[in-house]
Design a binder for this molecule. Structure first.
Ligand code: NAD
Length: 484
């Protein structure tokens, strides 16, 4: 048996075992075998990490640094990510089952987040309000909020952490990062780059373990000023409750049940290929997955046939093979959960046009694969159309006119993203106004950038990541009055 790789946590720029000395296994979803041992932290490690981050925030070199110097450090970290992109990508493929084709591109792009916020660090300025009182002068300072707990899910560990870390460090905050218990390895590889870049001790700390042992105490810790969270809606709710006693700042990026509307004047070829990648990229395990396809009834038969053909041709198999298009599901519980949703949809009377079962292909080996699954004749009232499946499962829902399309698209508790396929100028402008979603894509789907804000409406979350706007989520405004 091959030996498992042992990881250690990163606190105060030191590599440590967990206080308990316990570890847990991280599994490779393609081989169905454990491959790494991860420290199982608890309250004691959380306390150590938060104390280190708190010390680094208030004393030592970090608060003395100029914003330009902070920017230099961030830029250096971006260069190191660029240098090690292939290695980091390979860790995520092994730990998460993500495709090397998707991960390579994602990690080559990731340094842009570091560079962008590095450039913003020394452009954080205050204001001078024109005051209506004699012999008084007032100005505002924008100060970092303090220690940030960054808590992330398993589907894109490095990318979703970078979205938090880059603006937080640019603002002058310090961090305790808690990756998902299912995919902690790449964050510990990343911590080595933080040390190499030259960040002072305590500025960035990584603790690993389970939500109840590590995530929950972090969100209650009195010395944590802000929680930046990406994950499920139920956990988001728990975090709001846990952080209420100390009124922490919060950014919450939660789930979605995003609609893509295919209007009668859509370019069908682009709509079909955009909708296929909109749901099946990352095996459907993305918060922005376009899991409800609203198709005008005049196009229903042709669209469904072409969509099913393209989805059927998706190549499954080893995520390390650059030709693979659909990989395994990341975790065993998620695999079981997706299959249970497929059963629910069948029980509700949805017509299974493709897939609908675990994949039994030789190229899938022992991996946790599910066939790309397409349900037709779905009503928006069915559970398959209302609940986030987070897997390669899509529902096709017909509509008759634009008003009905907007009503169905908005008839969801979520509000993360939406897609619109049309060649009409009027619809291209009208639809984004009418759709209740933090991101609306027109004739494209899935594009994200460090330059453009990202986040959800309704139960999809609070606040925005990315773009200039995100840095404000890590700053507080202080008003100073002076008199003479
Ligand atoms: P999850 O909510 O189960 O876990 C996310 C993180 O929270 C993990 O690190 C987990 O250990 C931690 N956690 C669990 N319980 C906690 C608690 N009580 N207090 C604090 N932390 C706790 O989510 P998941 O299953 O890892 O990820 C899938 C979910 O993430 C989906 O709902 C998906 O839509 C969402 N997601 C959202 C976005 C977005 O940007 N909106 C992006 C990716 C994923």
């Amino acid at each position: 048996m091959t030996e498992l790789k042992s990881y250690r946590i990163f606190i105060d720029n030191e590599w440590r075992n967990s206080a308990s000395g316990e570890v847990f296994e991280s599994w490779n979803p393609f081989t169905d075998k454990p491959w790494a041992l991860i420290p199982k932290c608890d309250m004691r490690d959380v306390d150590d990490a938060v104390e280190a981050a708190h010390r680094a925030f208030h004393s030592g070199p970090w608060p003395q640094m100029t914003a330009t110097e902070r920017g230099h450090l961030l830029r250096r970290l971006g260069d190191l990510i660029a240098r090690d992109a292939e290695k980091l990508a390979a860790t995520e493929v092994r730990d998460n089952g993500k495709l090397i084709a998707e991960m390579g591109a994602q990690l080559r792009y990731l340094p842009q987040w570091l560079y962008f916020y590095a450039g913003l660090a020394d452009k954080i300025d205050g204001s001078v309000p024109p005051i209506d009182k004699p012999q008084m002068f007032t100005y505002t300072r924008r100060e970092p909020v303090g220690v940030v707990a960054a808590i992330t899910p398993w589907n894109s560990p490095l990318m979703l952490t970078a979205w938090k870390l880059a603006p937080a460090l640019a603002a002058g905050c310090t961090l305790v990062i808690k990756p998902s218990e299912h995919t902690s390895a790449s964050m510990l590889d990343f911590a080595a780059l933080v040390a190499e870049a030259g960040f002072p001790p305590g500025v960035v700390n990584v603790v690993t373990g389970f939500g109840a042992d590590v995530g929950d105490p972090l969100t209650r810790h009195p010395k944590v000023a802000k929680v930046a969270f990406t994950g499920g809606e139920a956990t988001g709710r728990r975090i709001v409750e846990a952080s209420a006693s100390t009124f922490k700042h919060l950014t919450l990026e939660l789930g979605g049940k995003s609609a893509q509307i295919v209007f009668p004047d859509a370019d069908l070829g682009s709509a079909v290929s955009g909708a296929v990648s909109g749901i099946f990229a990352a095996t459907g395990q993305t918060c922005i997955a376009g899991s409800r396809l609203l198709v005008h009834d005049s196009l229903l038969d042709e669209f469904s046939a072409r969509f099913v053909d393209l989805a059927r041709s998706a190549r499954m198999g080893d995520p390390m093979d650059p030709r693979t298009q659909v990989g395994p599901v990341t975790t065993r519980p998620q695999f079981d959960r997706i299959l249970s949703y497929i059963d629910i949809a069948k029980g509700e009377g949805a017509d299974c046009l493709l897939g609908g079962a675990a994949a039994q292909r030789p190229e899938c080996g022992q991996g946790w694969f599910i066939e790309p699954t397409v349900f037709g004749e779905v009503s928006n009232a069915m559970r398959i159309a209302r609940e986030e499946v987070f897997g390669p499962v899509v529902s096709i829902i017909p509509f008759h006119d634009d008003e009905e399309a907007f009503a169905i698209a908005n008839d969801t508790d979520y509000g993360l993203a939406a897609g619109v396929w049309t060649q009409s100028f009027a619809r291209a402008f009208e639809a984004p106004k009418r759709l209740q979603a933090g991101t609306v894509w027109v004739n494209t789907y899935r594009a994200v950038s460090y330059l453009a804000p990202f986040g959800g409406m309704k139960t999809s979350g609070l606040g925005r990541e990315n773009g200039v706007e995100a840095i404000n989520q890590y700053l507080e405004t202080k008003t100073v009055w002076m008199s003479w």
